[in-house]
Ligand binder design. Structure first.
Ligand code: HEM
Length: 156
């Protein structure tokens, strides 16, 4: 569905991401700690979490997933401003659909990841975090999540 995403919203997402990405290891761990706090039952789905009681501090797969969620949300913000919709390349989308179906991800998990993303941004940005930023990230994430969820329905 086409939507209006302003230049200001795009700038807010981009600026906050520039600040956050200066500390990727900490951001990644914080993000996954929050995911598991909100939904402990999701832990066994992740290969790098299932056999451990602690969130691993320097795991490449953990970092890769956290980065994908943040970066693709950021890219979605750019597309929303440029085109009014999120367009993920077909090959990427079918890969994402397949991986998540295979791992047992279901729609409500996307709300968990959204909440973790927002809380991670809030704690990372401190004073710089505000309601407008939250709305912009939420909108970009929701549109991306919808694209992935729709693809997952095709895969099933
Ligand atoms: C794997 C992206 C949401 C659970 C992946 C991979 C990508 C990705 C790119 C493949 C990583 C690789 O190639 O190794 C995303 C994006 C999301 C999202 C962009 C949302 C915008 C979710 C949600 C869940 C989830 C909501 C469930 C809570 C998983 C799991 C794997 C995976 C379990 C396999 C990871 C492993 O064990 O190595 N995701 N994901 N993802 N994703 Fe997501």
């Amino acid at each position: 569905m086409a939507t209006t995403f302003t230049e200001k919203q795009e700038a807010l997402v981009k600026e906050s991401w520039e600040l956050m990405k200066q500390n990727i290891p900490e951001l990644s761990v914080r993000f996954f700690t929050t995911v598991i706090e909100i939904a402990p039952q999701a832990k066994p789905m992740f290969s790098f979490l299932k056999d451990t009681d602690e969130i691993p501090q320097n795991n490449p797969k953990l970092k890769a997933h956290a980065m994908k969620v943040f970066k693709m949300t950021c890219e979605s913000a750019v597309q929303l401003r440029e085109k009014g919709e999120v367009v993920v390349a077909d090959s990427t989308l079918s890969y994402l659909g397949a991986v998540h179906v295979k791992k047992g991800v279901i729609d409500p998990h996307f709300e968990v990841v959204k909440e973790a993303l927002l809380r991670t941004l809030e704690s990372g940005l401190g004073d710089k975090w505000n309601e407008e930023m939250k709305c912009a990230w939420s909108e970009a994430y929701d549109q991306l999540a919808t694209a992935i969820k729709d693809e997952m329905k095709e895969e099933r």
